[in-house]
Ligand binder design. Structure first.
Ligand SMILES: CC(C)(COP(=O)(O)OP(=O)(O)OC[C@H]1O[C@@H](n2cnc3c(N)ncnc32)[C@H](O)[C@@H]1OP(=O)(O)O)[C@@H](O)C(=O)NCCC(=O)NCCS
Length: 222
């Protein structure tokens, strides 16, 4: 199944009643994804050059879309956003990157395919206003499903040792601690935990994916 079909598949399996879907990121999404990154990683410097990443052959970027009317999302500003003013206006000043006429994006996941054997998660983030609704899991599930489809065995990432929400999410998909990178994060010298799952192609893992998807679909309908 090509990756582009993932969002469609997700909607289909969800009987078209889901309020969320996933698709590959497009250039027009850059303002919103940049603001979501700014919201999820306020200390990140420099910010990711999503324009560059969209061109890089090893990169995959996926976005989650809410089907709800964006005007109904609380705290949504329709400030006009251009790439130029992304640098000077922050999420915390009310700039969400969304403007009328756009789909409303709620999160993103950014992957690098390191080899035919390994997918590395560079980043995943959801809007603070949309956390604990299953969106982060939807993105992670879609990314792992894509790796399984591409015959990749191993899915890996680094996470701050204090990042309990993210670690809980990864553990749900059987990523386990495999080692540390000391003082990996330059802002506070926090250690990173390297988390990996490397049996993506096994029948057991496919079963876990199926079970988690069923639970996730139920959750996203609510
Ligand atoms: C990590 C992050 C992407 C999770 O996104 P989310 O949309 O809130 O997550 P979901 O609602 O899909 O939650 C899925 C699972 O993650 C775990 N989880 C998420 N938030 C949690 C929290 N605050 N406390 C404990 N577990 C949490 C749970 O296992 C949850 O499953 P459950 O609800 O069945 O218990 C989001 O918190 C985020 O963007 N954080 C800031 C950026 C970041 O730290 N990214 C990870 C860098 S490695």
């Amino acid at each position: 199944m090509p990756c582009a079909a993932l969002g469609a598949l997700f909607k289909m399996e969800n009987n078209n009643s889901s309020t969320h879907s996933v698709r590959l990121m497009k250039e027009k999404d850059i303002p919103q994804v940049s603001m979501i990154e700014n919201d999820a990683f306020p200390n990140l410097f420099p910010p990711t050059s999503f324009r560059k990443e969209l061109q890089r052959p090893i990169s995959t970027l996926m976005v989650a879309i809410s089907q709800l009317n964006p005007h109904k999302h609380q705290g949504i500003s329709n400030n006009r956003t251009t790439e130029r003013n992304i640098q000077v206006s922050s999420y915390r000043s009310g700039n969400t990157g969304w403007k009328p006429g756009m789909e409303f994006l709620t999160g993103f996941i950014f992957l690098w395919k390191m080899s035919t054997e390994e997918t590395h998660v560079m980043s995943i983030g959801t809007r603070r206003s949309h956390r604990r609704k299953g969106i982060g899991e939807l993105l992670l599930h879609s990314a792992i499903a894509k790796s399984i489809h591409e015959k990749v065995n191993s899915f890996t990432l680094e996470v701050r040792v204090s990042n309990t929400p993210a670690i809980a999410l990864y553990e749900k998909y059987e990523l386990t601690h495999r080692g540390s990178r000391k003082s990996y994060y330059t802002d506070n010298h926090e250690d990173a935990s390297i988390m990996t799952v490397d049996n993506l192609q096994s029948a057991d893992y496919r079963l876990l994916m199926k079970k988690n998807l069923l639970l996730l679909l139920k959750r996203l309908k609510n």
